[in-house]
Design a protein around this ligand. Sequence first.
Ligand code: PEP
Ligand code: MG
Length: 615
Amino acid sequence: MPQKPRSNSSDVVAPALAGGRFPIPQPAEPPRVLKGLGVSAGIVIGRAIVLDSGLGKVHRRVITPEHVKVELMKFDQALKSSIEELAAFQKQAAREMGDETAKIFAVHQGMLRDKSLVGPIRRMIESETVTAEYAVYHTFSEIASKFRKIPDSAFTTKVNDIDDLSIRLLRHLIGDSVMRVKSAGENTVIVARDLTPSQAAGFDRRKIAAFATDLGGRTSHTAIVARALGMPAVVGCQSVTEACTDGSVVILDGERGVVIVSPDSEQLEQYRGYIEQARVYSLSISELSHRPSVTVDGAKIEILGNIEFPDEVRAVNEVGGEGIGLYRTEFLYLTSDHEPTEREQFQAYRRCVELLGGKPLTIRTLDLGADKLTQSREEIPERNPFLGLRSIRYCLKRQPMFKTQLRAILRASALGPVKVMFPLVTSTAEFRQAKYLVNDVMEDLEEEAIPFDRSVKVGMMVEVPSAALMADTFAQEADFFSIGTNDLVQYTLAVDRTNERVAGYYNPAHPAVVRLIRDTVRAARRRSIPVSCCGESASDPEYALLLLGLGLRTLSMTSSAIPPLKRLIGSVSISQCERIARKVISLDSDVQVSAYLRDCARKIVPEAFDDRSDD
Ligand code: PEP
Ligand code: MG
């Protein structure tokens, strides 16, 4: 069980932080180690900004007796600022709405000056040595709950007043999330209950070095964005927001899924050593970037990149990616406050084509829904969005929007080798309907004399069991397959990929998943259509051994995963991988498969594994 923190670390509020070298907090707090899911590799030693201790629940945090003075000063300052703010509102309201309305702001100022109200807050900070924000939150909540019990409407109004004052004071104490992230210093570790993919995508990389969340799963799109940004991240920590305060020193290990809050000097030294080890390893593999990826027995493996934003193509090029196997176009929607126009989409696709300079680009049509929702979607929330109107279903229901995207993609196909890929296809009817719309748009473009590639390849993701089970049929109609293990695991094993509570059940090594992949690859080979894997498993060196053994020769992944994978490919033979796959197929539990693959990978590329324990 994690221990409760015993002191607040805001007394170590940051001197300029350089290269992860931090002064050890004095007086030292006991370190607190939290285990989550490491979803984006890398180690960061930084300082926390806790986002959503926000204005919901504020956790009780004990401070050291030496710190009480500072908390009292913070409280007095927040009180003063709140009163000044209310005085300004009062003047403005008097001007714009008359004296009667303005009175409420005068009443609020009076309440904040009332010793019987604020006195208990000061006393609580002193006697219980807790943070000012907790004392405010607790005291005001107690008063409000007493008032709520009184069956008199006058007290209902008072509850509103109390809530309003509490929020105002807390805002001055904790600050506004957006502003705090904006004014973050370098090496900041964002700590939050949860983050959306677009929030993560919006972080300023120069300052935000990593993030940790209470919620989330390994293949949630927020995790995918973290990998795309090369930002170390640990999700599903359950209580990291409780363990940290703003300014807490944090070690975040994105590979092992460990967050250490208030580390001691020994832990800091140890992790500085790991950072150095990782630096040396990544230098050693960076030289592989421009070597072709060929196994020791001469099989050429095509390594492609997964991207969410056009500029990521540069990173893929830099590590020797041979094209883009998955462009998640929905991110243009997710980061925009309006539905992107045909022009905006075309510009994004054209940029990719230009940056690729003749290398292939697979554009996946909008995969909106589930954990990828736009701000502009007004539908009533679905009860079960992962099984709801998402991806290709959503597009087929909103044909004008879908056709706009298809036009933009087809126009880009005139500029370079572009392929179209549909997500989450579950039936031949869906695939045919989507293809029909592609033809429709082609006819429109022809009529308008707008150039496009008539022979553009149209393929599909195989990411639900129904598609994998019918791969033989789909292979007669689709030009190519790309296996999406992220969703395939979720839908085969009935495990929400974003839910940390069931993360232990989410395992691509499950024999059922392995068999679906095997059958999909076989079907594609029988019909001689290309097949690749673009799920996160493709970039896992242990799992990649299995994929190669099952017959895959094209893998698509986030750019940072390409060099280690090239190292693996250059160290193994296809016959070795086929032996591994045969053995895996004979096993009947995911635990056995995982252990076996791990063992194989450790033997083949021991240097990729450091001495950190996995516990
Ligand atoms: C997948 O499901 O494996 C996949 C690549 O698509 P996404 O992660 O965008 O759902
Ligand atoms: Mg998917």
